[in-house]
Ligand binder design. Structure first.
Ligand SMILES: [Ca+2]
Ligand SMILES: [Ca+2]
Ligand SMILES: [Ca+2]
Length: 202
């Protein structure tokens, strides 16, 4: 029995780390969330990361924009996809963007998800606070490159008319947070000490 104690102690540490940092589950949209200032906060992600689904809708005004905010405590890979009820993704047309705390548009997508819905994958995102924007085509028109111009969703097309999209969606957000190098080194060193002590006692 005694030889398993170090493994038990290490296992408990890992479980505590997971419980205190992982974010998971479903979050329901709360309006109003139409601007960065009123974005709905959906969680802080620490190593090892987590995954959530956001249940939301672009409302009947036809010019609804939904903003969500999240924090990451270390460099992260982020996977974002907008999903729709079965059968609807060929007729509904969403757009999505990832924006830094300073308003820099890091990524934008129109149609890379199922049907005409958006999806994208971002690697090496530095620790910090970020915004996810969801809107409808043609809030951003094909000729615009918001990653270059930092144009944010405003619910309107370039003629000043509502984008016109009204639909429900599930936004799937998965984040892999890389532990800080100092912590990883400390953890490895601690494990090494434990295993050497075990060997020397037998
Ligand atoms: Ca909404
Ligand atoms: Ca909204
Ligand atoms: Ca617009």
């Amino acid at each position: 029995m005694k030889r398993f104690v170090p493994f038990g102690a290490l296992g408990a540490g890992v479980i505590i780390a997971l419980a205190s940092s992982a974010s998971a589950g479903i979050i329901f949209e709360v309006e109003s969330n139409d601007s960065l200032a009123s974005a709905q906060f959906v969680g802080t992600f620490s190593p090892p990361g987590g995954a959530i689904a956001i249940d939301g809708s672009l409302g009947s005004s036809g010019s609804d924009v939904d903003w969500y905010a999240f924090d990451i405590t270390g460099p992260s890979s982020v996977l974002l996809a907008a999903l729709a009820p079965v059968g609807d993704s060929t007729t509904i047309d969403g757009q999505m963007m990832l924006v830094s705390a300073s308003g820099d548009v890091i990524e934008f997508d129109d149609d890379d998800g199922p049907g005409l819905l958006p999806a994208f994958f971002v690697q090496n995102l530095p620790a910090g606070s970020y915004f996810i924007g969801v809107s409808g085509f043609d809030d951003i028109v094909f000729s615009d490159d918001p990653v270059g111009t930092d144009t944010l969703f405003d619910g309107l097309n370039n003629s000043g008319a509502p984008h016109g999209e009204v639909f429900q969606y599930k936004l799937s957000l998965a984040i892999n947070v890389v532990p800080a190098p100092a912590s990883a080194t400390l953890l490895a060193f601690g494990g090494l000490v434990v295993s050497r002590r075990r060997r020397s006692s037998h």
